[in-house]
Design a protein around this ligand. Structure first.
Ligand code: AP5
Ligand code: ZN
Length: 217
């Protein structure tokens, strides 16, 4: 199974990816998590990416495409994978086509911008694992404070209201075009790719049920 999870920042891609990867036994390839790991490790890529991420803008296509291609060479990707936050521009999607990497399902998680703003302000993350919580909707062991490991949770630096608004603008300007790109590919029967649109408003379990219902068809 080769899947793309498409959706605005805060649509719940990471939250649903954690459930989908368990269900199908495929790795989650989150370009956001990969970049955050590079930032934490202080690599040259991380240093360059941090400024761009904190500003809510997109890292260059060349860098992202290079990262993803390298990741796909790892043996755990042989039987499929789940992209979370990639592709995010038309050139990134075209790079997959050029590399001959077919996609079985594109799953769009649709959530209105006003709901997203509320979700982002309550998001807390466990840095070591990337696990994501919400102080109200998906609370950790001690709400807003502890992960299962007992480690403190933090807010992502790009989750300030101003940066979230910027990221939403970038999504509408540069990423939303992928909806049309993949719907067209599905209509034309390219690589047998299927396009599924999921209403992303509702509780986490209900949304994962909607996704699994659509994928099991
Ligand atoms: P990335 O890490 O990909 O961030 P994003 O796309 O902005 O998405 P988020 O991780 O913010 O949201 P999500 O959809 O995963 O939602 P989540 O499940 O956490 O990218 C970060 C940055 O890296 C980019 O801005 C860019 O600079 C760079 N980058 C990454 N990939 C790139 C690429 N391909 N090209 C160029 N640059 C790239 O949920 C959000 C919150 O809501 C959580 O608190 C969660 O608990 C809660 N929640 C989830 N589901 C529900 C629900 N159903 N009901 C209520 N609350 C919910
Ligand atoms: Zn995410």
């Amino acid at each position: 199974m080769r899947l793309i999870l498409l959706g605005a920042p805060g649509a719940g891609k990471g939250t649903q990816a954690a459930l989908i990867k368990e269900h199908y036994g495929i790795p989650q390839i989150s370009t956001g998590d990969m970049l955050r790991a590079a930032v934490k490790a202080g690599t040259p890529l991380g240093l360059a990416a941090k400024k761009i991420m904190d500003a809510g803008e997109l890292v260059s296509d060349d860098i992202i495409i290079g990262l993803v291609k390298e990741r796909l060479l790892e043996p755990d990707c042989k039987n499929g994978f789940l992209f979370d936050g990639f592709p995010r521009t038309i050139p990134q999607a075209e790079a997959l086509v050029k590399a001959g990497i077919p996609i079985d399902y594109v799953v769009e998680i649709a959530v209105p911008d006003e709901v997203i703003l509320e979700r982002m302000s309550g998001r807390r993350v466990h840095i070591a694992s990337g696990r994501t919580y919400h102080v109200v909707y998906n609370p950790p062991k001690v709400p807003g404070k502890d992960d299962v490991t007992g480690e403190n949770l933090v807010q992502r630096p790009d989750d300030s209201e101003e940066t979230v608004k910027k990221r939403l603008r970038v999504y509408h300007d540069q990423t939303e075009a992928l909806v049309g790109f993949y719907k067209k590919a599905a209509e034309e029967g390219k690589d047998n790719t299927k396009y599924v649109r999921i209403d992303g408003v509702g509780d986490v379990k209900e949304i994962s049920r909607r996704i699994f219902d659509a994928l099991d068809k």
